[in-house]
Design a protein around this ligand. Sequence first.
Ligand SMILES: *Cc1c(COP(=O)(O)O)cnc(C)c1O
Length: 375
Amino acid sequence: MGEEPYLLTPGPLTTAASTKTAMLKDWGSWDDDFKAVSKEIRTRLVAMCGGEAEYDCVLMQGSGTFSVEAALASFIPKDGKALILMNGAYGQRSAKTLDYIGRAYVTLDKGDYLPPMPEEVDALLTEHKDVTHVVVVHCETSSGILNPVKAISDVVRRHGRKLIIDSMSAFGAVPLDVSEIPFEVMVSSANKCIEGVPGFGFLIARKDALEAAKGNSHSLSLDVHDQWVYMNKTGQWRFTPPTHTVVAFLEALHLHEAEGGVQGRLARYTNNRNVLVSGMRSMGFETLLEDAWLSPIITTFFSPNDPNFEFGRFYKEIKSRGFIIYPGKLTVADSFRVGCIGLLDQTVMEGVLRAIKESCEAMGVKNFAPPDGVK
Ligand SMILES: *Cc1c(COP(=O)(O)O)cnc(C)c1O
């Protein structure tokens, strides 16, 4: 496996050899051994956010978006109304999802890279008394910003509304504990910070909210209540589970625990981010975000203002040196992103810095700063 490039992307990402080899066996989805795997995963995920007393975990086939859609459809009743806090592609996707499933909503749209602030949420909840649920993205992966979820949660609680968190790219590496942030439901997936392979998502929700979700969903396959009841009754998934992915995920959870759980992972990813950002800045690159908002998940850099810089060529040069980076997703300026999650350490981050430097030399790029006026 030595020839694979490292994935400096927000998932799918570079996984451990033991996670990959866990997939070399076939499982019967109804068999007790596989049921025990699903059960252990659910128990471990609930424990990861301290939710043993009041929360349960539901696993859901598909990519992360399927689970976000399942959550929005199942937890926001047909006569409910959401406030969606948007500052990038994933907040926008939640709004689009509500258009599809026919739920009312209002938005706070902060554009590409500014955080939704608690005072703004406070004002909107005061204005819109009919809002029942607030939807927030924990780490908005399109810019890499870490949104102030704790402060937003406090405001939502004070107003007696319910909080839905898309913690897809943060859960497992950024602490999210129900004693601090008593969310209604949070959503994440197998191929982000737990470092599994893609194929399913998971929701952690209050048990009373799971009970109340009955009959809300427009979709059979995405009905969280139905999946939950069936899993609890039979130990099985309602429809064919991605068995190999599920077994790999349990191995990934064991590795997560061995690394020291959420704190251990946070420490490694934070160091990855620090090595990356300081190395890039010392070459002359600039980050989109101020330090206060940088996540340990993924960092956006402005593309250099040099006539010789072209992202397609840059990508290929870096790939030929063994690393895969990620294109930018901004409307304000050209940019690219480098992820810090997955089985990456300081040596890998130093390797990608070298690859970026060599790639710029190969392209004849000399000016690394962004165009004037984008910052
Ligand atoms: C990855 C991600 C998703 C889900 O994306 P999929 O491509 O459907 O797995 C949702 N929200 C955020 C913040 C993400 O990073």
